[in-house]
Write a protein that binds this ligand. Structure first.
Ligand SMILES: NC(=O)c1ccc[n+]([C@@H]2O[C@H](COP(=O)([O-])OP(=O)(O)OC[C@H]3O[C@@H](n4cnc5c(N)ncnc54)[C@H](OP(=O)(O)O)[C@@H]3O)[C@@H](O)[C@H]2O)c1
Length: 284
């Protein structure tokens, strides 16, 4: 089974490069190997390699910067997906893609199901929604896994930001009015490998599937758990979102209901606290 993996240097991409290796020949490309801003390069790469599966882990993920770099965000998260999906359809390849809780406005009280109407609050969310829609419209076989609050042992993420801040600040002030499930990159990658390892994955219906860790917390709760895991005593003060001004608005509720993924693929991620413990062990 030939698998083309894009975005191989990202949080999820680098974890996928390891988890997919057991399944077949993985052709992993980072931005230097395939720039998603270059439609011609995408078409050439797919024609040349003829993969059976394309796993796209590349994305424009700078949520606040996207507010001023709208065009680039839409080009990478939207237009490039239309091209990838068109090429996948020509080859009858399966396209696996990742999307985000930020396609929702966070006004729902319960966790979001796949059938809930998206209404993104920020440019990043809008660009990711455009990518989802381009894939669906292409008619290619696809699984779009929406996940949330991704972190891992490497890369720019909340975990590393909190550990770095705790080194220099007497106390941390962290938002406590956004709910979500922090999801470890490696957990996402092993779940995708588990899906592809099953004998009947190609019979599963194309569509959007929610894939986030179990349980819930706030950014404040997550920061507290990170410091505890490290044995750090830095106080964490709970603040409201409006006390921490950023360019992009975030949903108050980022929780995803993962029942459809469990029912379809028999795959579920563990509790976010267990994911954090695994990542902390891997960082030692
Ligand atoms: N991070 C989160 O909290 C989060 C939450 C929900 C969903 N997701 C989704 O999960 C997926 C994986 O996210 P992640 O956290 O692994 O992101 P990440 O660590 O930011 O990785 C994204 C990768 O894409 C690459 N990339 C950016 N622009 C590119 C381009 N024009 N051509 C080729 N590669 C390009 C980046 O390269 P450079 O480093 O060179 O820019 C980076 O290696 C994405 O679809 C994301 O939208 C993430």
């Amino acid at each position: 089974m030939k698998i083309l993996l894009t975005g191989s240097k990202g949080q999820v991409g680098s974890a996928l490069e390891r988890s997919l290796a057991q399944l077949g020949e993985v052709l992993a490309v980072d931005r230097a190997g395939l720039d998603l801003l270059d439609a011609g390069a995408i078409r050439r790469k797919i024609k040349e390699l003829e993969p059976a599966i394309i796993v796209n882990a590349a994305a424009y993920t700078a949520v606040d910067r996207a507010e001023v770099e709208r065009e680039t965000a839409f080009a990478v998260n939207g237009t490039a997906l239309r091209v990838l999906a068109e090429e996948a359809r020509k080859l009858d390849a399966l396209l696996i893609h990742f999307s985000t809780d930020y396609v929702f406005d966070g006004e729902k009280r319960m966790p979001y199901v796949e059938a809930d109407a998206p209404a993104p609050l920020n440019v990043y969310g809008q660009s990711k929604l455009e990518g989802e829609r381009a894939i669906a419209a292409s008619g290619c076989r696809h699984f779009i896994f929406r996940t949330s609050w991704v972190y891992g042992p490497a890369g720019r993420n909340f975990l590393h930001a909190i550990l770095a801040a705790a080194k220099t600040q007497a106390e941390l002030r962290v938002v406590d009015d956004q709910r979500g499930a922090p999801t470890a990159s490696v957990a996402i990658a092993s779940a995708v490998a588990q899906v592809l390892a099953s004998s009947d994955f190609s019979q599963k219906p194309s569509g959007v599937y929610h894939l986030s860790a179990a349980g819930e917390t706030t950014w404040h709760g997550f920061a507290t758990a990170i410091l505890q895991a490290k044995g750090l005593k830095t106080p964490v003060v709970a603040i409201r979102s409006d006390e921490y001004p950023v360019a992009a608005r975030r949903p108050k509720n980022s929780l995803l209901d993962n029942a459809k993924t469990l029912k379809t693929f028999d795959v579920a991620l563990g509790h976010w606290r267990d994911g954090l413990a695994t990542i902390m062990r891997a960082m030692h």
